[in-house]
Design a protein around this ligand. Structure first.
Ligand code: G6P
Length: 610
């Protein structure tokens, strides 16, 4: 994981690096550091444990850091705890500094070889072997670029690096394999970063590096080569990201902003994709119709919240006869496969950079799965580049680590895919017209759900001293319970578990007492009566229930049962709407508990390690 940024600039590079780090903080935030080649041609380095704010304090104590070439890093610890010593940049001697996002899988072997050469290690990280390796090549006379080329040839794992050396003070070399890296093109300046947003205040023009690319930024020139030095040509891309889209505005947290943006985000996801009562199938890209014609089943692959979107969608696909499997990406590439004929791989990802999802996609290709489609929120991401078909979610940048609008827009996009495939499995035009009508109503239903916030704030107060919570749901709402529990865990650090309501009696009921809040979602669907029975099982054992219910479900306040009515909604799109009060509940519990809502401890938004 981690975020990296680097630049060869015309003026002092420190403000640019700090601004970039702040925009990359979502990628990890347990320690941070900066190294600049100063005006005396020495490397000045400042690092600190904790978030970027701690680094800024350390910088204000250490005084000015002049210099036009520099690199910076915000860390999500893998090897070695989040201490200052383990923070990047790592150095070899006084002349070479490096930042890395990734994991070097053969670091033990390299470390032993380097120790035999008399090298001493300052940190417990896997990264330090890279900077030492580069130094060894420089010591035998190679320049920085050649030394990086030799080094990447022996590295195993996924990484993106940035390196500077006092031997060549106006040079910055970057390289990527697995982890993302973009090159920003400025006016007489050039930059590297883990994503475009890091550089949005200085440029909109980028090259997106491919796996195996090495970028050499030297005296105002940008050259991209492969490991053997052969030139690589990458298209120049212009980012459509705006500074406003990533500003916090009137909100206290990005999570609150993103929860409240969901109506507009869903409307954007639908924009130009439906007309009258029909889906515009072209939105899936050229060749989609032919691929859909051949599709006999789908395999959804995703992680975290995106995986839960997949679990909801399985119910939707199978309602129209489309066979659908859903699997956590890391598990998908941990097992053997019997590959079904005509199986379309569907990856779901907010970032498009989750390494487990990318590896699983690569595996489907090796195994001979038919084609791939990604539903993703980041246009220039690896997943988008590596998939045959793409449906962007158009949620706008999601910055809060806990995913909210990405989830509901993924579900919206999945409804479009249900129609596209459903058409091939006997969905009638009347069915399609109904589904389209429901989609058109979604943004207004979302706005109605958001009006529940004052009631949810009151309920949140009951959670602040609790240590555990149970979430219940049935059918397509079991994944919504899972998502609700995940949100509460992430944001408030309260241990929360979700169960299919029917499974309660097979174990978790033993946990129920008046100290265990039980939260249930109760849409007005065919499973309602069974769910009501499960609610009574909890009440009969003294459990305290909070139920988010459709008014037509006829569930009302009683002893040990608090009901919040969610505006009536068709059962098929109800999962999208019922997710929203659970997001708000987690947010307000986190607020009361005083946690760092947008950057919960130990987590990161984009998980680029396996
Ligand atoms: C991390 C994030 C989650 C996200 C998951 C999958 O764990 O904190 O919010 O759901 O990664 O990320 P993706 O970008 O692939 O949807």
């Amino acid at each position: 994981m981690c975020g990296i940024v680097g630049a060869v600039a015309k003026s002092d590079v420190l403000p640019l690096l700090l601004d970039g780090l702040k925009r990359l903080e979502y990628r990890g935030y347990d320690s941070a550091g900066i190294a600049v080649i100063n005006d005396r041609n020495q490397i000045s380095r400042t690092r600190s444990a904790g978030k970027i704010a701690e680094l800024e304090k350390a910088l204000s104590c250490s005084g000015a850091m002049p210099g036009t070439t520099g690199i910076a890093h915000t860390r999500w610890a893998t090897h070695g705890p989040p201490t200052e010593i383990n923070a990047h940049p790592h150095m070899s001697g006084q002349n070479l500094a490096l930042v890395c996002n990734g994991i070097i899988e053969n670091h033990e072997m390299l470390r032993q070889a380097q120790r035999r050469n008399g090298i001493e290690f300052a940190s417990e990280t896997d990264t330090e072997v890279i900077v030492n390796e580069i130094q060894q090549h420089i010591d035998r006379g190679l320049d920085l670029l050649a030394a990086v080329m030799e080094t990447v040839a022996v590295l195993e794992g996924a990484y993106a690096i940035g390196v500077v050396s006092t031997n060549e003070p106006n040079r910055l070399v970057g390289a990527r394999r697995g982890s993302p890296l973009v090159v920003g093109i400025g006016e007489g300046e050039s930059y590297i970063a883990s994503d475009m947003s890091a550089l949005i205040s200085v440029t909109r023009d980028f090259f997106i590096l491919e796996n195996g690319d090495i970028v050499d930024i030297h005296d105002g020139n940008i050259a991209i080569v492969d490991q053997s030095g052969r030139p690589q040509f990458r298209d120049r891309k212009t980012s459509r990201l705006t500074a406003e889209a990533i500003a916090l505005g009137e909100h206290r947290h990005y999570m609150a902003k993103e929860i409240h943006e969901q109506g507009a985000a869903i409307a954007n996801t639908l924009d130009n994709r439906i007309t009258g009562t029909r889906l515009l199938e072209e939105c899936f890209g050229a060749g989609a119709a032919a691929i859909f014609d051949e599709t006999r089943s789908i395999q959804i692959i995703a992680c975290g919240t995106s995986y839960y979107a997949g679990l909801v969608a399985r119910h939707w696909f199978e309602e129209f006869g489309v066979p659908c499997q859903v699997e956590i990406a890391s598990e998908f590439h941990s097992r053997h496969h019997a590959v079904p004929d005509g199986c379309l791989t569907v990856t779901l990802s907010q970032s498009g950079e989750t390494i487990d999802t990318l590896s699983a996609l690569a595996l489907t290709r090796e195994l001979g799965y038919m084609n791939s489609l990604t539903i993703c929120n980041v246009p220039e991401s690896s997943l988008v580049r590596e998939s045959d078909l793409v449906l962007m979610t158009h949620a706008g940048p999601e910055i809060g680590v806990a995913s909210t609008k990405a989830f509901t827009t993924q579900l919206t996009a999945l409804r479009l895919l249900v129609i596209a495939l459903g058409r091939r499995f006997g969905m009638t035009e009347t069915d399609e017209a109904r589904l389209i009508k429901e989609l058109r109503e979604l943004p207004a239903k979302v706005e109605a759900a958001l009006t529940l916030e004052p009631a949810i704030m009151e309920i949140a107060g009951q959670f602040s001293d609790k240590h555990h919570a149970l979430f219940l749901g049935r059918g397509a709402h079991y994944p919504i319970a899972l998502e609700g529990a995940l949100k509460l865990k992430e944001i408030s650090y309260i241990h929360a578990e979700a169960y299919p309501a029917g499974e309660l009696k097979h174990g978790p009921l033993a946990l129920v007492d008046n100290e265990m809040p039980v939260i249930s979602v109760a849409p007005n669907d065919r499973l309602l009566n069974k769910l009501k029975g499960n609610i009574e099982e909890v009440r009969a054992r003294g459990g305290k229930l909070i139920v988010f219910a459709d008014p037509h479900a006829r569930i009302y306040d009683q002893e040990n049962l608090q009901v919040i009515h969610v505006a009536p909604v068709d059962s098929s799109i109800a999962p999208i709407i019922f997710a929203i009060p659970l997001q708000m509940l987690a947010y307000h519990v986190g607020l009361i508990k005083g946690t760092d809502i947008d950057k919960p401890r130990n987590l990161a938004k984009s998980v680029t390690v396996e």
